[in-house]
Design a protein around this ligand. Structure first.
Ligand code: UDP
Ligand code: MN
Length: 321
């Protein structure tokens, strides 16, 4: 639109110069030459302006977000991850979802003793601003035959990072294997303390959600209540950073099944009417607790048969436990 308008005004100003020239023209050769050179310089000037405008528009179209988007409250997305064959696929899928969201820092925290260059490479390629850290599950939980507190050290490491580096905005725990509609990210930016919303496909119950009656939070619907004060899914709440910082001891317990409840309880005092109800006052589903089928690790590549082929390179890109 802007380009079109500029083109018209350039055309009309050129023609007015033309008519001025002929109107005041006395027919003298030097004046004609002067007129011609003015015309030539103007043409060069206009052409250069046009080229710059086209280049500027191209540059703007390549910028991922408009300046107004970038000024929004920041989002800090804490994603626990761990070494397994599906890891890079999960991170790629989630990463390209997050790429649609402005002013976001992705805290990818691996349950490991050291970072994996393949993960770093994947994150680099996606191009979402990120910090990649490690936080191993304590050995005593790793050894247990019972349910493990999955992703807890990772999330607590993320909280520690936020206490050191973040002053405003909103924190959200986004597991690497879930599915997210990007509109939830725009809604969660403006949470004042804690926000909650429904999560689809957790159990055969089909959804885990706050229950809203007469416009107020009136309990929770979930396949398993288990004596929890907050029987919610990890994908179903987010927390304001300023509010988090006012609760310096808030963290997630190493208690399988009670991670969300323990963390939300540690944010006390928090009244039910201080909980923002997102996703159309909890009438919509914008996040899903999905699970990827676990696959056995890939077999070793026959390096003799496939030496000097691309497969030698590809083999180095596979994550094996
Ligand atoms: N996770 C982890 N270490 C583990 C198992 C899981 O860091 O040993 C991470 C995983 O990447 C995910 C989160 O913790 O982001 C929850 O794990 P999972 O999806 O296996 O749990 P589920 O959703 O089945 O309860
Ligand atoms: Mn999961």
């Amino acid at each position: 639109m802007k380009g079109g308008g500029a083109y018209i005004s350039i055309g009309s100003s050129t023609s007015s110069i033309n008519s001025m020239g002929s109107g005041s023209g006395s027919g003298s050769g030097s004046k004609m030459t002067l007129g011609k050179s003015v015309k030539m310089y103007l043409t060069i000037f206009i052409a250069t302006t046009c080229i710059y405008m086209v280049l500027y528009q191209y540059h703007m179209s390549r910028e991922p977000f408009a300046p107004s988007e970038v000024g929004k409250p920041p989002l800090y997305i804490i994603t626990p991850t761990y070494r397994r064959p599906e890891q890079l696929a999960e991170l790629t899928r989630l990463g390209y979802t997050l790429k649609h969201v402005a002013n976001l820092l992705w805290l990818v925290i691996e349950d490991a003793n050291k970072t994996n260059p393949l993960v770093a490479h994947t994150l680099d390629r996606i191009g979402v601003p990120y910090e990649y850290m490690v936080a191993p599950m304590p050995e005593k939980y790793k050894q247990t035959k019972k349910a493990k507190p999955r992703g807890v050290s990772n999330r607590n490491r993320g909280l520690e990072y936020l206490r050191q580096h973040a002053t405003e905005g909103v924190l959200y725990f986004a597991d690497d294997d879930n599915t997210y509609d990007i509109s939830i990210f725009e809604q969660m930016r403006y949470i004042s303390k804690v926000g909650m919303w429904p999560v689809g496909l957790v159990t055969k119950t089909g959804v885990s959600s706050p229950i809203i009656r007469n416009g107020k939070l009136d309990g929770y619907y979930d396949g398993w209540i288990g004596g929890r004060k907050y029987p919610v899914d990890m994908a179903g709440f987010a927390v304001n950073i300023k509010f988090l910082r006012q609760r310096p001891h808030a963290q997630m317990p190493f208690k399988p099944g009670y991670e969300e409840d323990g963390f939300l309880r540690s944010l006390a005092p928090l009244d039910n009417d201080e909980i923002d109800l997102l996703a159309d006052e909890c009438r919509d589903i914008l996040t899903w607790h999905t699970q990827t089928k676990k696959n056995p690790p890939a077999q070793a590549l026959n390096k003799t048969r496939y030496s000097n082929t691309n497969l030698v390179h590809i083999d180095k890109l596979l994550v094996r436990p």
